[in-house]
Design a protein around this ligand. Structure first.
Ligand code: G6Q
Length: 552
């Protein structure tokens, strides 16, 4: 397949020797086919794989040679990746635009470890909060925590958005197999009242507890939903303000706002400004996860994260899973001009994993300037997307197989099912292997003709192949495996950001829309005829909305 060629200016912009070497090397590789690469090296599939921390990572079906890897590894060295990793683990303020340390790795550091922020070891605080979360979860799970009327809690609703929602939702779905089924969990994020109405419609306020999860405790959507929850809860509990303490807890860094809301500070679970929202699912933001799966399973999740952290921190780059994944992502993004990456988990429990990854990857690496604030003269973060297999096979895989775009894919599979059912699991996993094989090797014109296909139909039935994929195979989806999987992508994102020399930990791009919405809300709610001073399109939309809203 002819890959789109990037303008030379874009390619040569990073003045690192490996970058220019990769640009010329690409010209050779783009003429190769995976059929040929496999034919020439009978052991390629066994050579180009890494087994580490319980993962079998097969990267042999990528459009690469040994020389590509050598150059990508050289690029990592030239980009000071090693020094950047060390700086993160040392607690340096590598989020330069917000002047913050980036220490999600401290959230899963074992008791007794030492990680310093401004000279202070933060690990004891992390474990103090984890202990408090475990105590709380035991009370809820055992039924000892009583609501205002003396009934035990049966429903736990997390209110949060972005990093305070996507991780909890994903983890709850991913680990549902391990969850306490006597409790019902729900997640309210959207400011659309439908989200709140549908999440609460069948619930009894006397048996419902809300976890208000917000780092800042000022986020419009979360605070609007939290106030509606407070009103709903009070209305169902006779209006007694004292009930709030029994039906609301908070996860936040902002004790003052939590108290002002009426939540007992004793029921606030803390985290810190060195935890970015999209990196916070293993902080107190994971309270709903911990309540669902219990403290032991949550600890296993943290241990999984930590194992991948240590692998990332200490393993040579050529056998370092997140580094290899990150380098391959840069290879396709910047040299093949691939614009997206598909993440295809073959496990129904991982149905929200692609959505979670969208924030992790795109909010982190969707940046247009370097750390120094100069425009990046090359493409940064690709679009991540995906759906669980095999469903995607019956929809968008057509484009991946026969469309005109190059879409590198990550296939994720597990050897042992959590719900063994007849032949289902072998069928599921057979599809993973079949898809990666079909993508890589395709089906030639000769093969299609030999099947007796009429000439006019042959072109339609040809699969060019040479479409790259990674396969990540693990034994079973457990809390520990999920921790490793999330950390794998976190550190792959870090690797990519380091190579692009961008700040992967800020998110200024979400600000402008928030500010403009604050200005428009009163214009929509105004009882008179507000003076509008937007552009003509926005003015007309506001006027039309106001008219439609009033019409019968
Ligand atoms: C993530 C972002 C963002 C954030 C939400 C919610 O990295 O910072 O998604 O998590 O805007 O913020 P609060 O937790 O402060 O409500």
């Amino acid at each position: 397949m002819a890959a789109p060629v990037q303008p030379l200016a874009k390619r040569s912009a990073l003045r690192r020797p490996a970058w220019s070497a990769l640009a010329s090397h690409y010209k050779n590789v783009s003429k190769l086919h995976l059929r040929q690469l496999f034919a020439e090296d009978a052991k390629r599939g066994e050579r180009m794989r890494v087994e580490a921390v319980g993962f079998y990572f097969d990267y042999s079906k990528n459009c690469i040679t040994d020389e590509t890897l050598r150059l990508l590894l050289q690029l990592a060295e030239e980009s000071d990746l090693r020094a950047r990793i060390d700086a993160m683990f040392r607690g340096e303020k590598i989020n330069v635009t917000e002047k913050r340390a980036v220490l999600h790795v401290a959230l899963r550091a074992p008791r007794g470890a030492s990680i310093l922020v401004d000279g202070k070891n933060v690990v004891p605080e992390v474990h103090a909060v984890l202990d408090k979360m475990a105590d709380f979860s035991e009370k809820l799970r055992s039924g000892a925590w009583k609501g205002h009327t003396g009934k035990s809690i049966r429903n736990v609703l997390n209110i949060g958005i972005g990093g305070s929602d996507l991780g909890p939702v994903m983890a709850y779905e991913a680990l549902r197999h391990y969850s306490q089924r006597a409790l019902t969990f729900g997640f309210i994020s959207n400011v659309d009242g439908t989200d709140f109405a549908e999440a609460t419609r069948d619930l009894d306020p006397a048996e419902t507890l809300f976890i208000v999860s917000s780092k800042t405790f000022t986020t419009l959507e979360t605070m609007t939903n939290a106030r509606s929850a407070r009103a709903w809860s009070l209305a169902g509990l006779g209006g007694d303000e004292r009930s709030v303490a029994k039906h609301f807890v908070a996860v936040s860094t902002n004790a003052a706002e939590v108290t002002a809301f009426g939540i007992d500070p004793a029921n606030m679970f803390e985290f810190w400004d060195w935890v970015g929202g999209r990196y916070s699912m293993d902080s107190a933001i994971g309270l709903s996860t911990l309540v669902a799966i219990g403290p032991q399973n949550f600890q296993a999740l943290l241990d999984g994260f930590h194992q991948m952290d240590e692998h990332f921190r200490t393993t040579p780059f050529e056998v370092n899973l997140p580094v290899l994944m990150g380098l391959l992502a840069v290879w396709y993004n910047n040299f093949f001009g691939a614009q997206t990456v598909a993440v295809l988990p073959y496990d129904q429990y991982l149905k929200r994993f692609p959505a979670y990854l969208q924030q992790l990857t795109m909010e982190s690496n969707g940046k247009h300037v370097t750390l120094e604030g100069k425009p990046v003269p090359y493409d940064t973060g690709p679009v991540y997307w995906g759906e669980p297999g095999t469903n995607g096979q019956h929809s968008f895989y057509q484009l991946i197989h026969q469309g005109t775009r190059l879409i590198p894919c990550d296939f994720i599979a597990f050897a042992k099912p959590l719900n063994p059912l007849g032949r289902h699991h072998d069928m599921l996993v057979a599809n993973v292997f079949a898809q990666t094989e079909a993508l890589a090797f395709g089906k030639t014109r000769e093969q299609v003709k030999a099947e007796g296909t009429p000439d006019w139909l042959v072109p339609h039935r040809v699969f060019e192949g040479n479409r790259p994929s990674n396969t990540i195979l693990a034994e079973r989806l457990t809390p520990d495996t999920l921790g490793k999987l999330v950390a794998l992508y976190e550190h792959s994102v870090f690797t990519q950001g380091a190579l692009w020399n961008i700040d992967s930990f800020d998110q200024w791009g979400v600000e402008l829309g928030k500010v403009l919405a604050q200005r428009i809300i009163p214009e929509l709610e105004n009882n008179g005829e507000p003076v509008l001073s937007h552009d003509s399109s926005t003015n007309a939309l506001i006027r039309r909305y106001r008219r439609l809203r009033q019409s019968q």
